[in-house]
Design a protein. Sequence first.
Length: 655
Amino acid sequence: MVKIKRLANFTDRICLTDPNIPPSEITQRHHDYLTLSDKKMKTQNVKFAFRPTDFTWKGKTHEIQLNFCANPFCKNHLQPQTKYGIGKNQRYTITGTTPDRNIICNADPNDPNGIPTLNCNTKAYSNWSLATEIERLVRLNSVVPLNPVYHFHKDGCANPETFLTQPKTFYKRGKASSNAQIVQCKTCKKYTNILPTKAETTSYHQKRNDILPVFADMIIQHIPVSSTCKVLKIGRSTYYEKLEWLYRCCLEFLETREKAFEKKVFPRIWVNTDMMMYVLNNVRKKGQTKKFKRGNEKQLPTQVVISSDMRSRYVFRADVAYDWDVTFNQIKFDTITYKDDHLTEELRKNAKFTQHSYFPQPPSPNDLQTMTEYHSEMIELNRRKEYVDGLHVNHTYTAMAQMFLIKKMVKTPKWRFVSDDDRVLKLAIRRIFAEEMKNGRAQYLVSNFDKTLSREEAYKEFIESGKYLQDWAETRGMKDLSHYEKAVAYLKEKLAIHKFYETKTAPDGTLYNIHKPNKIEHPIAMADRGSRYINVLSDTSKLSDEHLARLIVKANDNSVNTFLQEIRRSISILERPLVTSRGDGKSYIYSNFNPKYAQMSITILRTYYNFCKTYQVGKPEIGIDGKKIKKLKTPAQRLGIADKIYTWEDIIYKR
């Protein structure tokens, strides 16, 4: 018996986070806060940045530790902090000021003639804050059973039983209009409606449930909110209620269909990752006076992190880097409890809110901060309170949290990653999949192209690259090979001398590799972007030239770019900015005021895109009548977790 569900919230405790901070340390922080300067307190607590954070999810405990060397070629890669035993020397040192805090690899005094460290410079992050971001992403994609509190009896009723424990002490009085079972206590005669199950109703607390399929189509067909309301004859409040209802239907559908990932093991997975920026309108909240001052930021750039399977186009996740549930009261409570204002950023619980990772506090007795600086911070914070609710999340944390959840969802012995040359994406993948890279189970390819090329110039490069590859194949007697095999053969020849690493010799004669930034031109250009250049950030020293050539030829970002275009073309509030009539600026008139609805719309589109939208697979077959028959499959079918093409009715009405 499946119960009706609701969206998860803070009180559901889906993930339990343990920052591993003992009570004695919190007591010491409160003492130091009054006796030490803020600079001294930061220095004294910096060692705790290397302490992992634990959180429990689905009955399993996971450890989060981000602060280690993230360079796969360094001897310190993935190694924990340790003392070398000679003086105060340690493996890592954290230097810099907030927010530019970096982990430096120190030389090993116990092995001066062995393989040296590479003096790596790695950004420090908060383990605790990443755990809270993972919890946020899990929560916004979760539904929980709706468990109402029943009152079966009037005050003073002699019957202590409930209908759920002793149904024989109640009369059944038929069904309500919502299909809820009505029961009546035999003693006090009180009537109670029992919440129906999902099999009994799909429209509980929903009026005009029949418009939902049309409403769903209008959301993903680039129909504006006002036009949708006019066509369906509903109000704006009803529109957003329906949007939330449809969002919940999609989450329930994904909850059941994506269970296939638990049993399926893929031989290898190619993950495309990219980010999309849209502008959140910075509007005045209701109730503000005429003296309201908007501030300098009229629009707030907001990031959406998206990851998909390169081969099937299945979109694993699409997450908006914005927390609309957080409040400044929560941040204030955390600041007072843990004294975050006197800690470095990598120790703060709310470090993911870069500009508001702590709540400003009056200067302590030994604080180096002045009252003028404190008042300046409070003015800025109070101004932000007047804007739209919630706070932007540093999208590096969102990207790392997304990678973590994909890693736990998909089972495969071999990972392949393709992204553009983005610092955030490179950092997220190399941190979360550090162990896989160390063991040779993950390869990371970065694709670049010249963004200054016009469309005509890009197409010209596309034609020229095709001719060059054809001429090269003819001179080597490979004319009859497929275009793909020609590209592999071409790269195999190039990779005999082109390496993405450099081999060096340690003083004791030991050989070791370091990364060599050495991009190689992809033999197959793209019609809309021209020539591509591939760099490999993982260790390829154990791969054969042919194996590496095939990886490079396969590498592309078409999968994630296709979904990005679907978002822009399908969801009106996320379309590209319009040029003003004067031509002197951009207009974001259709951008929404609440990023919660952007997240809901993207999830609705992702569900439809994965399970309902079909693409041609392979070449068409010729039927008996001589006509071509196209093979159409959804991304979920191509990935192997679905065996049919679903419809909106299947998603909404739980078929």
